[in-house]
Design a protein around this ligand. Structure first.
Ligand code: SF4
Length: 293
């Protein structure tokens, strides 16, 4: 069977989806809505972003709740997550923290890693850029993952399961590294709703944070033929979007993701919902079909 591909008019269709998208409705449901008020300066934006993206597992309400509980543990100032004077209080308050399989002791270890890192460097952008320059975008994510894991620091043993929170796309499993890729999107893009506090990484370099919603719609629009979520799929989808907007390919991520989360896309052929969908002519489920007048 021939692989499914979007129509020649797909660039106009997806730009229309983007232009008409109700950002404010979906931002309220997104983890970024909890991150933005915590990002009172560039350092705090980065700290809030690292923790929030690490916690971005499961449904968005639970993620927003987890970020809120973490912020409460430092009384709303995420700068205290890397403040050694807060180490004892923070550790005590995080002891009972749970979000899915993430435990408070893992977040406490992450706080320690960041505290150590900020003694040497002003921003995680430096670590990302070193990896980017050496091995491209995947290299940047790999460098971030290794920095946060702290595998070069043999003086501390991380808690059980900690290192697995930061997979690298350069490892044999070829992880899509969705959460770190999302963190980098938040840091680099300066268009709403992202935070734009890293200035040295070009937006054209960004890759798509491939969650299940983005993967479903990317596959059904023919942006990839891969059924598995992997780094190879991330590259394929990102390249397809870069052909539409070479300067800012990741701008479509929020829209594709929340089209799925919001129920705007039912993930099956439903005429009442699919009828007004801008990308319906490109959708695999509607190939060769038309909507009756
Ligand atoms: S046509 Fe329907 S199933 Fe296809 S992407 Fe649009 S809303 Fe989703």
């Amino acid at each position: 069977m021939r692989p499914h591909r979007p129509t020649a008019a797909f660039p106009e269709h997806i730009e229309s989806l983007y232009a008409r998208f109700p950002f404010d409705r979906s931002v309220a449901d997104d983890p970024i809505s909890v991150v933005r008020p915590l990002a009172t300066d560039r350092r705090r934006a980065e700290i809030a972003g690292v923790f929030a993206s690490t916690l971005s597992i499961g449904n968005t309400a639970a993620i927003r709740g987890a970020i809120g509980r973490l912020a409460e543990s430092v009384e709303g100032d995420v700068g205290r997550l890397v403040d050694p004077r807060w180490a004892d209080r923070r550790s005590e308050r995080l002891r009972a923290f749970r979000h899915r399989w993430i435990r408070g002791e893992q977040l406490e270890y992450l706080a320690g890693r960041l505290t150590d890192y900020y003694r040497e460097e002003a921003s995680l952008e430096t670590a990302f850029l070193r990896g980017l320059e050496a091995r491209g975008f995947a290299g940047g994510i790999d460098r971030l993952a290794r920095t946060l894991r702290g595998t070069e620091d043999r003086s501390r043993v991380p808690p059980r399961g900690y290192s697995a929170l930061f997979p690298s796309p350069l490892e044999p499993a070829g992880s899509p590294a969705k959460r770190l890729t999302l963190f980098v999107r938040w840091m680099v893009r300066d268009r709403y709703p992202d935070l734009g506090c890293w200035r040295r990484v070009p937006t054209g370099e960004l890759r798509i944070p491939l969650d299940q919603h983005v993967h479903w719609i990317a596959y059904h629009l023919g942006l990839t033929g891969r059924r598995a979520r992997s780094w190879a799929t991330v590259e394929e989808v990102s390249e397809a979007l870069r052909r539409i907007d070479p300067i800012d390919p990741a701008k479509f991520d929020f829209v594709l993701c929340h089209t799925g989360i919001s129920g705007d896309c039912p993930k099956e052929r439903e005429i009442d919902v699919c009828g007004p969908c801008s990308v319906r002519p490109d959708c695999r489920l509607w190939r060769g079909r038309t909507v009756a007048a």
